[in-house]
Ligand binder design. Structure first.
Ligand code: NAD
Length: 364
């Protein structure tokens, strides 16, 4: 199993170091190879996604990614900005299925802005289509309007579109993911208004015929946004397009209240994937040793489950994270009165200790 390790910028190297430590503690046969990405890669090689990094990512079974970006690169031409590395990797690796779990650990329910009883034990999975929809549809641009409410005025436009194979492949991924959980899938659309999403719904219903053991329901996106804050635990697996998924997955993430806890995966048609925390490079705390490494450690667990076919190893990591939280250890972002504040490294050490069966340290 070859894993490309791309730490990136800001807190990226700090949190990736802890995830690598945890992977090594599992004592499985991994080959880990590190390469530069993002602003760090631009500084060293003149491009945020150097050819050697892309070649490594293509050759690997999975990619473990930290985060990229820093305000100091904001003035660069768009093609050289650190964030272009993620878009480039998605495109070059054909990563079309974005998995965003939103899990609310019992010990962290107070961090949510919702009432504890609504989020305690929350465990939902949002699957977002990542390479189509209005984000990539052509034509797009600016022009002088020839019709509409204000002919002759300047206007901007984008194109929402999905082809049948695009909807079919994300639907298959979602039904298969639902099979690994509670066999319930919610497809989110806007079929009442948008032709693209009536088509989406029709295709999802067609694909459902191959998964009779999975219960399928449909929700309009506005209703889904409401239900996510009204009774989030009613959901299990949610599948939707790129635009709606972008918004709903962030909304779901916020139900848990802690950005430093949430992993994500972006998968290709064969299950190869890029695994990364949902947060960014947090330049405000970079180098201070205070970043929460758990989202990255949990991303490594997702990598074991979804790409490397090592579900027991994934379970070991996830149980270790729960044990560490249960022992009261917290990084600053999730700290509350009565718990023990620890830094990035101590948190990683504690997860390793829980995996190897040693006593969990409470030293900062
Ligand atoms: P951010 O997610 O980096 O940070 C938002 C806030 O959350 C900050 O206060 C930060 O300190 C905190 N935070 C984030 N991760 C944390 C962690 N693991 N532990 C503790 N606190 C944490 O978002 P931002 O500040 O809007 O963006 C910073 C940079 O990251 C920008 O350059 C942006 O483009 C980039 N970014 C990259 C990715 C990515 O690499 N996938 C995603 C989002 C943003």
């Amino acid at each position: 199993m070859k894993i490309a390790v791309l730490p990136g910028d800001g807190i990226g190297p700090e949190i990736i170091a802890e995830a690598v430590k945890v992977l090594k503690a599992l004592e499985l046969e991994f080959e880990l190879e590190t390469a530069a990405v993002g602003g760090t890669a631009y500084d060293a090689h003149g491009h945020p996604l150097p050819a050697a990094t892309l070649a490594l990512a293509k050759a690997a079974d999975a990619v473990l990614f930290g985060a990229v970006g820093d305000w100091k690169y904001d003035k660069l031409e768009r093609q050289y900005r650190p964030e272009q590395a993620i878009l480039g990797l998605r495109k070059e690796l054909g990563l079309f299925a974005n998995f965003r779990p939103a899990i609310c650990y019992e010990q962290l329910t107070h961090a949510s802005s919702l009432k504890p009883e609504l989020v305690a034990g929350l465990d939902i999975l949002i699957i977002r289509e990542l390479t189509g929809d209005i984000y990539f549809g052509q034509p797009r641009g600016r022009r002088t309007a020839v019709d509409g409410h204000f002919p002759g005025s300047e206007e901007a436009f984008d194109t929402m579109r999905y082809s049948k194979p695009e909807v079919e492949r994300i639907a298959h991924v979602a039904f298969q993911a639902a099979r690994k959980r509670s066999r319930k899938l919610t497809s989110v659309d806007k079929a009442n208004v948008l032709e693209t999403f009536q088509f989406w719904k029709d295709v999802v219903i067609e694909v459902h015929a191959q998964y009779p053991d999975v219960t399928l329901e449909h929700l309009y996106v506005d209703n889904a946004a409401m239900q996510l804050v009204r009774q989030p635990k009613a959901f299990d697996v949610v599948v939707t397009g790129n635009l709606f998924g972008d918004i709903l997955s962030d909304e779901a993430a916020m139900l848990t209240g802690s950005i430093g806890m949430l992993p994500s995966a972006s998968l290709d048609k064969d299950g190869k994937g890029l695994y990364e925390p949902i947060h960014g490079s947090a330049p405000d705390i970079a180098g201070k040793g205070v970043a929460n490494p758990l989202a990255t450690i949990l991303s490594a667990a997702m990598m074991l489950r979804y790409t490397l076919n090592q579900p027991e190893a994934a379970d070991r990591i996830e149980s270790a994270v729960k044990a560490v939280l249960g022992a009261g250890l917290r990084t600053g972002d999730i700290w509350s009165e009565g718990t023990t504040k620890v830094g990035t490294r101590a948190m990683g050490d504690a997860v390793v200790a829980a995996i190897t069966g040693k006593t969990i340290t409470t030293k900062t």
